[in-house]
Design a protein around this ligand. Structure first.
Ligand code: MN
Length: 357
């Protein structure tokens, strides 16, 4: 079923006459076409890509789905009012998360007679279930990231700056075919590894844990992985910490399968870390969905209630232990939930690597 058909099927279960898509990433998902300064209107019958002159030619070539591609010849709000009238739209759902207050005021003043209903997660819920083509792009991005990392490790020398190492990793990903990095690369060593989202510093790498959290972008799709290596030698305390993270990570991967509760996946990893005595040292959730955005639904965390993992979802599994002021470690893979199972998408060793430099 096409994305547009899935959206219409979902729309049919609501009492909205139409969905007005204003989030750029959701517009891209719904049309397979990336554009800015436009919108998508999905009604039970006709659907529209509303864009401007700069995009019209590309839109005609690239938009996937049964959309009418149109350029407004007057103010967007007035144009939308006419489309609503033509399509008998009395109740219009809009994406409340991507609408500014100013945008909302302008819309409501121009759409008198149309009831505006803010909705959250309408398209995001569709995006959770990856089509084979989307899975392929995420895997392609992951292969680039892990290849770049494998090439980077032997090139790391003492005295190199964290910022330069991060840049080198990004450069390699681009050379290997990524259109960009997936997010700001984390490459933090020594005491900075204690910060889960530390920023690379313009200073030489320190001894101890060296955490890399990074990904590549392919055709709009992200990858996400984390590996922690050691600069120099790991002492017993570091080995114990690393092995605890690894044990938690592997245990979570072992239980994750179609139908398993998201919250229980988090608990599986968290219990191992807590029971090893690292109380309060795993201060973030186990994982998140990955796709057109680096963080998307579903989440693997304690507050996921009865939510279970479903085939087609791609999630990260990324426990960590962070000792404030000292050091930290995280290991992250991506997993694809399949019919009756799940598989790890990341091909990169997880045994402790000590960089003898
Ligand atoms: Mn992640």
């Amino acid at each position: 079923m096409s994305r547009l058909d899935r959206a219409k099927e979902k729309l049919a279960k609501t009492n909205y006459d139409a969905l007005y898509v204003t989030s750029e990433v959701n517009q891209r998902y719904m049309t397979d076409f990336a554009f800015t300064d436009g919108s998508v209107l999905i009604t039970h019958e006709k659907s529209y890509v509303i864009t401007d002159f700069r995009y019209i030619e590309a839109a005609k070539a690239k938009v996937v789905g049964d959309y009418e591609i149109i350029t407004p010849d007057r103010r967007a709000g007035d144009f939308l009012r006419e489309l609503c009238r033509e399509n008998h739209v009395k109740t219009l759902a809009f994406e409340e998360g991507s609408m500014t207050y100013a945008g909302y005021k302008s819309l409501s003043s121009r759409l008198d007679g149309v009831e505006l209903i803010g909705v959250g997660g309408f398209v995001e819920d569709l995006r959770m279930y990856k089509e084979p083509g989307e899975v392929e792009k995420i895997i392609a991005a992951q292969r680039i990231a892990e290849q770049a990392f494998a090439e980077l490790l032997p090139e790391i020398k003492r005295g190199m700056y964290e910022t330069d190492i991060a840049l080198e990793l990004e450069y390699k990903m681009r050379k290997l075919g990524a259109e960009d990095k997936s997010f700001e690369t984390i490459a933090v060593s020594g005491s900075a590894s204690a910060m889960p989202h530390g920023v690379p510093r313009r200073q030489p790498i320190e001894n101890g844990f060296f955490t890399f959290d990074f990904g590549a972008l392919v055709d709009g799709y992200h990858s996400d992985m984390t590996r922690t290596v050691v600069v120099g030698k790991a002492d017993d305390e570091m080995k114990r910490l690393y092995n605890t993270v690894l044990e938690a990570q592997l245990a979570a991967e072992a239980v994750i399968t179609e139908g398993f509760k998201n919250a229980d996946a988090d608990k599986t990893a968290r219990d191992i870390i807590e029971n090893a005595g690292y109380h309060g040292c795993f201060g973030h959730s186990l994982g998140h969905g990955v796709g057109l955005e680096i963080h998307e639904a579903p989440g693997l965390h304690a507050h996921a209630g009865d939510m279970t993992l479903k085939a087609g979802q791609i999630v990260t599994v990324e426990p960590g232990i962070y000792i404030e002021g000292k050091y930290g470690c995280r290991i992250e893979d991506m997993m694809l939930i399949t019919e009756g199972g799940a598989k790890v998408l990341t091909n990169c060793p997880k045994e402790l690597i000590e960089l003898d430099i």
